[in-house]
Design a protein around this ligand. Structure first.
Ligand code: MLT
Length: 300
């Protein structure tokens, strides 16, 4: 009987991939053969002697001490692409939200009081300041062309946007998935200078940490919208505040709460919900559970 320790809620459809007659699955297990987790941080967890595999029901693995696991021969399986559609949909929502000033317009409407007639009169008088822009013909810069970046690039193309993409490690498969017409850039700076909207889809690594900093924003197209549904650490929040104050940035939409950004005009911060759809959670759990099961049972 294999013992699988779960951190976080793992979708039942994923857990169903571990037959009960061969797998004991619980959040209480002491000497696990494998771990299944979502965003729980394992860096301070003492790795049990019995552990043979880790399954991450998501794409990023920066919550897992991958090097320490590797040194002990423990593979870490993730679920690349399994939540790509969910993240893509929220990124596209983020673009519309920024382009049409939906958050400040909604906050303004909520702040109105009086009769319907009075509120509508004030709304009509003030709505000019929420004038937005349309997406067709605008340029989207996609930094990171893995499963999510490619999905976003293709969706933006189908909305009539021009798309410029950059990824130092682009694979042949990703390149093939890109719709015709997506221009390949050769650096982050080239994307920052060319795009009306930039979206980040790189993992957080030593190479990408703090990638969007003051110097990068200084070279950004004026009034740019920046979207970060990747990882908080890729962006220097202090630089974002300055960029917004100087008008270099128009809006920063991110999927991470931040003390530095809280209450800042032009910021929309969400609570890491990019992959939070029923479908994505099922897909990720199924992929991670299948990998862990196959590894435990076959060694592959
Ligand atoms: C991921 O790494 O897949 C996303 O950030 C979503 C998540 O952590 O659940």
């Amino acid at each position: 009987m294999y013992k699988v320790l779960t951190f976080n809620n793992i979708s039942a459809r994923g857990l169903d991939r571990l037959p009960r007659e061969r797998f004991e699955v619980s959040s209480e297990i002491q000497q696990p053969d494998a771990v299944l987790l979502r965003s729980a941080k394992l860096h301070d967890w003492s790795i049990p002697e019995t552990l043979k595999a880790v399954g991450r029901a998501g794409a990023g693995v920066n919550n897992i001490p991958v090097d320490a696991m590797s040194q002990r021969g423990i593979p870490v399986f993730n679920a690349p692409g399994a939540n790509a559609n969910a993240v893509k949909e929220l990124v596209i929502a983020g673009m519309f939200l920024a382009a049409r000033n939906i958050c400040p317009a909604w906050a303004f409407a909520e702040s109105l009081s009086g009769s319907d007639e009075q509120m509508n009169k004030t709304a009509e008088a003030e709505k000019k300041r929420f004038t937005g822009f349309e997406l067709p013909g605008r340029t989207l810069g996609v930094i990171g062309l893995g499963a999510i970046g490619v999905n976003v690039a293709n969706a933006a193309s189908s909305l009539g946007m021009k798309v410029i993409g950059y990824d130092p490690k682009i694979t042949v498969r990703s390149a093939w998935n890109l719709e015709a017409g997506v221009r390949r850039a050769h650096s982050v700076d080239e994307v920052m200078a060319a795009a009306d909207i930039v979206t980040l889809h790189v993992p957080e690594t030593d190479e990408t940490r703090g990638m969007i900093n003051g110097a990068r924003l200084a070279g950004a197209r004026e009034g740019q919208v920046l979207l970060n549904f990747a990882r908080a650490g890729i962006v220097d929040d202090e630089a974002i505040v300055k960029g917004l104050q100087q008008g270099r940035l128009r809006t920063y939409v991110c999927d991470f709460p931040s003390a530095t950004l809280k209450g800042q005009d032009g910021v929309v911060a969400l609570p890491h919900i990019g992959a939070s759809t029923a479908e994505a959670q099922e897909n990720c759990a199924i992929m991670a559970a299948d990998e862990v099961r196959d590894f435990l049972e076959t060694g592959n």
